[in-house]
Design a protein around this ligand. Structure first.
Ligand SMILES: Nc1ncnc2c1ncn2[C@@H]1O[C@H](COP(=O)(O)OP(=O)(O)OP(=O)(O)O)[C@@H](O)[C@H]1O
Ligand SMILES: CC(=O)N[C@H]1[C@@H]2OC[C@@H](O2)[C@@H](O)[C@@H]1O[C@H](C)C(=O)O
Length: 369
């Protein structure tokens, strides 16, 4: 009998939505289908704006949540149409929502993490149960609420004979350290594509630097790189998580002030090197006996970034997760299908060894079909 879930992810890159159909009926999860859609420009602009305090936020956040859920529903309908399955064949949708604030333990040890979306509307539009708000319970238990994917990474990429390192490079980058003994560590390394995307958009009008081709035309600026690498977050011990609350255009502009005369392509080359270095520092700190650094997220499609990462991690073979059986752009959405399944099974989704929560917790709120 099939055991089908849909996972939907729209992450900190704010590029759009990835959705997968995931089948858990066999001994190994399978992903028979992947669909993605870019955000409509107006929705993207509003979600981006809602990342920083502004006027009339509650109203605007609610409307943006509705628009996001409609876009999520379109991805679900595409997956159903292409697969031929009726809505009734899907047990649940794991819907991440759009993170617009992430301040897990900032305020007297109890903060919040906020993912916009309207899961009730998504359930209504699709006729499928929705599991949403997958981070708050971990935060309530004293955890970071992120990253959540390491437990899923362990199930899919973990090996009994060597430590496997998995690096997700989305808007923010996060590392999972999958021990041969089943132990799992994980934390956010720092910026992923967010800073490179911003600079590229500002100077070329393109939303991202395709294959890192623009960065490849520039020279890394050593003084700027050294300044960026001084960011205190990079030197904090885990558990830790971050987001656009820290790595945003204001942060970048502040660090760039003394380099106002620098050529834009050199800054892009330096941001690419910085992104690779911030992740490589993490990977190189947890080598154990690992041979492979498996990269997922859109960063895996940036050839220049992958090359810089390989140079910065000489003892590891840097590959996209495609080589390990799950394409780079499907991993996060598949993780949210898995998290929805955990919720319906009443099983924990978090790992206290990763998030620092007081214990394992069943994550998410369920909106029945
Ligand atoms: N061909 C490509 N060349 C260079 N960069 C690419 C390419 N394709 C995608 N990207 C980068 O990947 C980003 C999207 O990655 P992804 O979908 O993993 O982000 P996300 O879901 O927002 O991630 P997260 O939730 O982990 O922050 C784009 O914004 C872009 O920077
Ligand atoms: C709060 C939040 O949305 N965090 C995201 C973000 O994007 C990458 C990194 O920062 C990671 O911590 C997390 O996403 C993945 C899916 C996670 O929870 O594992």
């Amino acid at each position: 009998m099939s055991d089908l879930y849909i996972g939907l992810m729209s992450g900190t890159s704010l590029d759009g939505i990835d959705g997968v159909l995931a089948d858990f009926s066999g001994p190994r999860m399978r992903v028979p289908l992947h669909a993605s859609t870019a955000f409509a420009p107006a929705l993207r602009a509003e979600l981006l704006a809602l990342n920083t305090p502004g006027d009339n936020e509650l109203h605007r956040a609610a409307l943006a949540g509705n628009a996001l859920s409609r876009a999520y529903a379109e991805v679900v309908h595409t997956l159903l149409q292409r697969s031929g399955y009726p809505a009734s064949a899907i047990r649940a949708i794991g819907a991440h929502g759009q993170t617009v604030r992430h301040r897990p333990q900032e305020f007297d040890g109890m903060g919040y993490t906020l993912q916009l979306g309207n899961p009730a509307l998504l359930a209504e539009l699709t006729g499928i149960a929705v599991v949403a708000d997958l981070r708050s319970r971990d935060v309530a238990a004293g955890g970071q609420g992120a990253p959540l994917v390491p437990a899923f990474h362990q199930g899919v990429f973990g090996r009994p004979d060597e430590t496997v390192l998995v690096l997700n490079i989305g808007g923010i980058s996060n590392l999972s350290v999958l021990g041969a003994d089943g132990s799992v560590l994980g934390f956010d390394c720092g910026p992923g594509n967010a800073l490179m995307d911003h600079w590229c958009q500002q100077h070329t009008g393109q939303p991202f630097d395709k294959d890192g081709a623009w960065a490849a035309t520039g020279q890394v600026l050593p003084d700027l790189l050294a300044t960026l690498l001084q960011e205190p977050y990079l030197h904090k011990a885990p558990p830790k998580s971050t987001g656009r609350d820290l790595f945003n255009p204001v942060w970048l502009a502040t660090h760039l002030q003394p380099f106002a005369q620098a050529a834009a392509a050199d800054v892009q080359a330096t941001l690419t090197e910085f992104t690779a270095s911030a992740s490589a520092i993490c990977a190189n700190s947890y080598l154990n006996n690992s041979k492979t650094l498996a990269v997922c997220g859109g960063g895996a499609l940036n050839g220049q970034l992958m090359q810089r990462l390989q140079t910065a991690c000489p003892s590891l073979q840097v590959v996209a997760t495609d080589a390990l059986g799950l394409p780079a752009l499907q991993v996060e959405a598949a993780a949210f299908a898995w998290l929805a399944r955990q919720a319906l099974c009443g099983a924990p989704g978090n790992l206290p060894s990763v998030t620092g929560a007081a214990g394992p917790r069943v994550l998410g709120a369920v909106y029945p079909a």
